[in-house]
Design a protein around this ligand. Structure first.
Ligand SMILES: Nc1ncnc2c1ncn2[C@@H]1O[C@H](COP(=O)(O)OP(=O)(O)O)[C@@H](O)[C@H]1O
Ligand SMILES: [Mg+2]
Length: 192
């Protein structure tokens, strides 16, 4: 089993690259953002609670997303590997993920960290907001708040995995294909 964390700020291209990576490597895509948006669409109690945070550009509480990931791992016992997208987003989530994976006798193989400049992120997210229907994409104040949350809480995730020498930085600007090639080359090094 080979598990990957695709890491980076909002708008860095995690969703775009995840689609290509799961197709290329047969991984199970676990995006906490997608899981939460599907809870919101279904108007579940979890979704209604999560929406309050997401609409403000804040992170959903750790216990909520850790519970969702734990269930998703249990529900996919046949997976060849997992691609985590948008999770973990805090140090506590990183520690919880490591515990969950250890229980399943596996671990994170590599953390691929997409790096994109802040103005490019804002530009991409405003542009995504034109079509995504995401309530957190259609206003610059909320977008900036998400980037502040990223620096305040999520950048610690890279530090956490850096201590295990698992982080590889990838330039997240360029064409989708160029970035995909750079990601694949790092994955292939570790598979061979
Ligand atoms: N290499 C790229 N160059 C330009 N725009 C991109 C690139 N990759 C993704 N985008 C666009 O940026 C926005 C955010 O991408 P997305 O994959 O949703 O990011 P994330 O999941 O990290 O928030 C989307 O509108 C997407 O079309
Ligand atoms: Mg995404």
């Amino acid at each position: 089993m080979f598990n990957i964390i695709l890491f980076g700020p909002p708008g860095s291209g995690k969703g775009t690259q995840s689609e290509k990576l799961i197709a290329a490597y047969g991984l199970k895509h676990l995006s906490t953002g997608d899981l939460l948006r599907s809870e919101i669409a279904g108007a579940t109690p979890l979704g209604l609670e999560a929406k309050k945070f997401m609409d403000r550009g804040e992170l959903v509480p750790d216990e909520v997303v850790i519970g969702m990931i734990s269930a998703a791992l249990d529900n996919n016992p046949q997976a060849k590997g997992f691609l985590f997208d948008g999770f973990p987003r805090t140090r506590a989530q990183s520690e919880a993920l490591d515990q969950l994976l250890t229980q399943k006798h596996t671990s994170i193989g590599v953390v691929l960290a997409l790096e994109v400049g802040e103005e490019e992120l804002v530009k991409r997210l405003l542009n995504r907001g034109l079509t995504s229907g995401r309530s957190d994409d259609n206003n610059e104040t909320v977008i900036r708040a998400r980037i502040v949350e990223y620096h305040k809480k999520t950048s610690a995730v890279a530090d956490y995995y850096q201590a295990f020498d698992k982080v590889v930085k990838i330039k997240g600007e360029g064409t989708v294909e160029q970035i995909f090639d750079a990601l694949c080359s790092e994955i292939n090094k570790r598979l061979s």
